[in-house]
Write a protein that binds this ligand. Structure first.
Ligand code: FDA
Length: 312
């Protein structure tokens, strides 16, 4: 792994830095390139601005690794509030993303399920979609199990993130296909050992296209699978555009997704061309690990931000 990438992923796991920087005003200002603001209001405002440009949104309240039951409940209340803010928006335009460790998965699976159900029930009442983010591999099995059980309980508007850097992913996807899942396919953002994840980027990219061709196959679409191509990689986007044209796959059978603040040009271009494109819009003060993972993906961001701060 690139040493800079490794360095930022190492920093992303440093709890003391997280604590120190999360309450620092200047740090929060720096993160604004990737984080829409501190509050629901700011997140919703950024979402509506994107909607006006034809870009749909998945709104995320930042947070992870919650170890306190009361804090997990506060997260539930925050998501219920999000639902109130977005209930009158067109159903598909603003969806929601969340992490299971934010809902107390580290405290206990039952607590996490109870918390998740409350959010999914509200989402169902308001006709909103919710996607469960994928965290690092200690959580992969539990995340997939919980996702499947939520579908079985009738929460059909639920989607899941799947990572192409994991060696297990093809088998996970093949097992899930008959459920007609909504799958946000990404490359993967955590530090993982070579025993479970491909260490070379070219293998991660190759596996991405392999998984994507399974998700876009006639068989998968026939089950009702809805592929979400979550990448800023133009090779992957162009490959998808070619594939859907060649196979006559309609524009409403899949969508592109990107992160807030990354490749805004490409997001707007795809929207103008009539493709479905959704931005993942995070807000909140727990931005430290999220921000560090964005730096790890592209260490050049550090230079870019330093220049911006110098010339402000
Ligand atoms: P790649 O890293 O190859 O980058 C391709 C190009 O995109 C770069 O050359 C650059 O131009 C641009 N780019 C990428 N990252 C950038 C950055 N940080 N800053 C500026 N430019 C950048 N991961 C995970 O493990 N669990 C999850 O739940 C999610 N959820 C998620 C949702 C959505 C909607 C997206 C788009 C991504 C995620 N991810 C994620 C993150 C994902 O795993 C991955 O780390 C990033 O998307 C970067 O990978 P790319 O596919 O963009 O390719």
């Amino acid at each position: 792994m690139d040493p800079m990438k490794e360095f930022f992923l190492f920093l992303s796991r440093q709890k003391s830095l997280h604590k120190m920087l999360s309450s620092s005003g200047p740090f929060c200002v720096i993160t604004r390139r990737f984080v829409s603001g501190d509050t629901i209001e700011e997140g919703v405002k950024a979402s509506k601005e994107l909607n006006q440009k034809g870009v749909m949104v998945s709104l995320d309240c930042l947070g992870e690794s919650v170890l306190d039951e009361k804090m997990a409940d506060a997260v539930v209340q925050e998501y219920l509030k999000i639902m109130e803010h977005i209930k009158d928006e067109e159903a598909f335009k603003i969806s929601v993303s969340l992490k299971l460790t934010q809902l107390g998965l580290d405290i206990g699976k039952e607590l996490c399920l109870k918390n998740l159900r409350q959010i999914l029930q509200k989402a169902k009442d308001y006709g909103k979609l919710v996607t469960i983010d994928m965290e690092d591999t200690p959580y992969t099995d539990r995340t997939i199990d919980i996702y499947k059980s939520m579908l079985a309980e009738g929460f059909k508007g639920t989607g899941i993130v799947i990572q192409s850097y994991l060696r297990r992913t093809e088998s996970d996807i093949r097992n899930m296909l008959p459920l007609g899942p909504r799958v946000r396919l990404c490359k993967g953002a955590y530090k993982e050992p070579a025993t479970v994840a491909f260490p070379d980027k070219k293998d991660v990219d190759k596996n991405y296209l392999n998984i994507l061709s399974i998700l876009l196959s006639k068989e998968a679409l026939g089950y009702g699978t809805y592929p979400e191509v979550a990448s800023h990689d133009e090779k992957i986007i162009n490959w998808t555009l070619d594939y859907v044209k060649k196979n006559n796959i309609a524009h409403d059978k899949f969508e592109f997704q990107m992160l807030y603040g990354i490749r805004r040009d490409l997001q707007e271009k795809l929207a103008k061309q009539g493709y479905r494109i959704r931005a993942y819009v995070p807000y909140g003060t727990h931005c430290y690990p999220y921000f560090m993972r964005r730096l790890a993906e592209r260490p050049a961001n550090v230079l870019f931000m330093a220049k911006n701060m110098l010339y402000r």
